[in-house]
Structures are given as structure tokens and as C-alpha cells.
Ligand binder design. Structure first.
Ligand SMILES: [Zn+2]
Ligand SMILES: [Zn+2]
Ligand SMILES: [Zn+2]
Length: 139
């Protein structure tokens, strides 16, 4: 499924802002804030970036990741594989991680409580390995 096909299914066109926001997210290895995205989208104003993200969110093209009190955006499945993050509060890097154990737990809880899970969030905040080796965090 391409972004173009997905938009067409909803009678939407792939406009310049939509294309740019999508490209910026696709080229980023880490989730981005609205400001990050706006900065990287040339000739697209912040309001258009925001509207585009709202549309993308409704169509499940992006997913919002809440880390601390900030919202970050990244492409959703099927554009990138399902994953969670290790967020370093020092260097602000959000490392993607695959967590089969966690996915199993979600499945187990869903069955146990007969609850149809639509979405789940799991982000760890802490100090990454690199930052632990810097002076400030040395024991
Ligand atoms: Zn770090
Ligand atoms: Zn991610
Ligand atoms: Zn998961």
C-alpha cells in the first residue's frame, strides 16, 4: 500500500504538504515533534503541517507517540514495522525496539479481560548506554 493509494481510498489527493510531511517522516529514524516536522518541510506552513498530521492520524498513516509531555509523530503500520521506544532523557534519542514479549502480554491481557485492544503504548524513558558512559552519569 502506498500513501497515494491510501489517500485515494478516502477520496483525498496527495497534495504537496501531504507528500512533504510523509517524506520527512519516512526519512527519519526517530519520531518527530510537529516543530521538527515543520522545520524540515520547506514551503509548508506550520498550520498545514498540523492539519496534515490530523488527517494522517485519522487515516492511521501516522501514529502519535507520547514521551513525557510531548507528542511525537512517526509513520504507522503498514509503513513501518510495529515497535516501541527507549527514550533517552539526556540526548533525546528515541531508539526503536522490537518487543515480542510485550506483544504476547498484550494478547494475554486482551484474552483474560475479553477486551478488544485497538492500540497500546509502551515507551521507556531513561539514560541510554552512550550517555551512561559520559562523565555526568558515571558512578
Ligand atoms: Zn542518550
Ligand atoms: Zn518509532
Ligand atoms: Zn507493541
Amino acid at each position: 500500500m502506498t500513501i497515494d493509494e491510501l489517500l485515494k481510498q478516502h477520496n483525498l489527493r496527495l497534495t504537496k504538504p501531504r507528500q512533504q510531511v510523509f517524506d520527512v517522516l519516512r526519512q527519519s529514524a526517530v519520531p518527530l515533534t510537529i516543530s521538527d516536522i515543520a522545520k524540515k518541510c520547506k514551503n509548508v506552513d506550520r498550520a498545514s503541517v498540523y492539519r496534515t498530521l490530523v488527517t494522517f492520524d485519522q487515516l492511521h498513516i501516522v501514529s502519535a507517540v507520547a514521551i513525557g509531555w510531548k507528542s511525537y509523530y512517526e509513520l504507522a503500520e503498514p509503513f513501518i514495522p510495529h515497535h516501541h521506544h527507549l527514550y533517552c532523557i539526556h540526548c533525546q534519542n528515541a531508539e526503536p525496539i522490537q518487543t515480542p514479549e510485550l506483544e504476547q502480554l498484550v494478547g494475554y491481557l486482551s484474552r483474560k479481560h475479553q477486551f478488544a485492544v485497538v492500540k497500546h503504548h509502551f515507551e521507556l524513558e531513561g539514560i541510554c548506554k552512550n550517555c551512561q558512559q559520559t562523565k555526568q552519569y558515571k558512578k
